[in-house]
Design a protein around this ligand. Structure first.
Ligand SMILES: Nc1nc2c([nH]c(=O)n2[C@@H]2O[C@H](COP(=O)(O)OP(=O)(O)OP(=O)(O)O)[C@@H](O)[C@H]2O)c(=O)[nH]1
Length: 105
């Protein structure tokens, strides 16, 4: 997610909980799409749950496919739909005990 602040863009990141897949790594908040849910609906639901904002508008940015090789040797395929949330209500704050941080560019 990003917000324009004068000339700087701020990116809100959270650190994955240690017991989650890829625990301890920084992420863009989000999560898995559930059955009978669109990607945009999943985005809004996850951002409400994880960082307590209400998404008003978002734009698809890119899709990333990646294969993680797990400790047990199995592959885990992820397909990440990345969105820019350009309009939202609320001040993002981590709701699940995750560390949070802002990156500026
Ligand atoms: N949210 C998020 N997930 C990412 C990123 N990069 C990345 O590889 N992933 C992977 O995408 C998957 C997202 O699933 P998740 O565990 O966050 O989903 P969730 O909140 O629905 O969790 P749950 O399955 O425990 O209910 C994980 O395998 C995670 O490692 C990222 O920047 N943000």
């Amino acid at each position: 997610m990003s917000t324009d602040d004068q000339e700087l863009t701020q990116y809100f990141l959270t650190k994955r909980l240690m017991n989650a897949h890829q625990g301890g790594k920084w992420e863009f908040p989000g999560g898995k799409v559930e059955k009978d849910e669109s990607v945009a609906q999943a985005l809004a639901r996850e951002l409400k749950e994880e960082v307590n904002i209400d998404v008003l508008t978002c734009l698809p940015l890119t899709t990333i496919k990646h294969i993680y090789v797990e400790k047990n040797g199995e592959d885990k395929n992820v397909c990440l739909d990345v969105f820019i949330v350009d309009n939202f209500i609320g001040e993002p704050s981590a709701q699940e005990g995750q560390e949070e941080g802002l990156v500026f560019s």
